[in-house]
Design a protein around this ligand. Structure first.
Ligand SMILES: C[S@@+](CC[C@H](N)C(=O)[O-])C[C@H]1O[C@@H](n2cnc3c(N)ncnc32)[C@H](O)[C@@H]1O
Length: 388
């Protein structure tokens, strides 16, 4: 069977954990690119990856790769592609992607050239043209140009894969689901010990953690995938891949806990959880983080506290209290904070053991690890050794 070149796009900094996720799913030969990874595979793999990947934004299948000399050359090369073999006239389409090239004076122009080539090919072959739909296209093509190298791909996902289909309620400053899944992987959480988010908002980190631990794909409820609109879509193959995915959860023998000071947020989190098979195994409550008591000696805490950008609290004071709370209440825990507020991080007053650059949307953030040393235990072990 002919192998497809599959490029999986993600967000900045997530490439390595996406590779790790692919290895876990049984894909061993994965190369890491900038904001993407690449592998060879089949259409069955393409369907499977769209459904099962948590740290990916979109899954692309390469159509053609070529060198271009100038702007018009892009159009000419694109006229050599038989676009009618990829989709039918009744489907709307869009061309998206990224351009890093001095050959084009206007960054939108290459997309227009490819769109023209698609429309002209249809007109020449059928006398009719398909319609463009920028916002909600049924079929999406990806154009990537780096200097004089152009790559055209089918974007088999369409809308980005962080649109899971499970979130009915969106909080004030929600974390993108792909970023949430990536943070959980970066933390190295073992999926069998307590997980906590004391700033849980609408519950993104809790939901992604519970879905990961249950093995249920994060996209289990998503219906839209652009691959369904391409010619040659194999509905039986897709149905088989969907029905092979786990959908139910019998519960966990550890806790997944969330809290937030805002009771409206808590309602949102509850509504989001209600529709999911893991929903009743995640406990949420309205509380300020300072009031939260740990229920186990160790665990993983990941949080995305207010950054001060949109919400205007007394931010530094809050981060200082957060640091104190980690030290006093969470001995033995691994705590992780995502924030864009450097002064806030300084106010935490603890030395991070890891700092990872991340983006939350367009906002540059840092994801920091604080291993909260359990002084008593270490002292105890030391004394034990000295006494023996
Ligand atoms: C950036 S949002 C978190 C968004 C969340 N990760 C999501 O995906 O929806 C920060 C949250 O912290 C909550 N918050 C602010 N101060 C708090 C405090 N002292 N204790 C607990 N939660 C607090 C806010 O209500 C808000 O929901």
């Amino acid at each position: 069977m002919e192998k497809l070149t599959i490029t999986i796009k993600t967000i900045f900094g997530v490439e390595e954990v996406l590779k790790e996720e692919l290895n876990e799913l049984g894909f061993d030969e994965v190369s890491v690119l900038n904001r993407a990874v690449q592998l060879q595979g089949t259409w069955a793999d393409v369907y499977f990856l769209n459904l099962n990947l948590r740290c990916a934004m979109s899954v692309l299948v390469e159509v053609k790769k070529f060198k271009i000399r100038d702007e018009q050359d892009l159009y000419k090369q694109c006229m050599k592609i038989d676009w009618t073999s990829y989709f039918s006239i009744d489907k709307t389409f869009a061309v998206r992607g990224a351009i890093q090239s001095k050959l084009f004076s206007h960054t939108q122009f290459p997309f227009l050239l490819v769109k023209d080539a698609i429309v002209d090919t249809f007109r020449d072959k059928t006398g009719e043209r398909p319609n463009v739909n920028i916002k909600t296209p049924q079929v999406v093509f990806d154009l990537y140009i780096k200097e004089n190298q152009a790559t055209i791909s089918l974007n088999t996902s369409g809308a980005p894969l962080f649109q899971r289909g499970y979130r009915t309620e969106i909080g004030q400053a929600p974390l993108n689901e792909v970023a949430a899944a990536a943070l959980i992987r970066m933390s190295g959480w073992d999926r069998k010990s307590t997980f906590m988010d004391p700033f849980c908002g609408s519950g993104t980190l809790l939901i992604e953690a519970a879905l990961l631990a249950s093995g249920i794909p994060s996209n289990i409820d998503r219906e839209h995938y652009a691959f369904k609109n391409f010619k040659g879509f194999d509905a039986d193959l897709w149905a088989g891949i969907q029905s092979a995915a786990p959908r139910t959860c019998k519960g966990f023998d550890f806790e997944i806990l969330g809290s937030d000071i805002d009771s409206d947020m808590m309602l949102m989190a509850k509504r989001n959880l209600r529709g999911l098979p893991i929903g009743r195994f995640v406990s949420v409550s309205t509380a300020a983080f300072q009031e939260v008591k740990k229920s186990t000696d160790n665990g993983t805490l990941i949080c995305n506290p207010p950054y001060g950008e949109r919400m205007g609290e007394e931010i530094e004071e809050m981060y200082a209290e957060l640091g104190d709370w980690f030290k006093n209440e969470l001995k033995g825990w691994n705590c992780y904070v995502l924030s864009s507020n450097e002064e806030g991080f300084k106010s935490i007053g603890l030395k991070p053991s890891r700092k990872i650059k991340m983006y939350n949307g367009d906002l540059e953030c840092s994801f920091r690890e604080y291993r909260i040393f359990d002084g008593f235990r270490k002292e105890f072990v030391k004394n034990e050794k000295e006494n023996n």
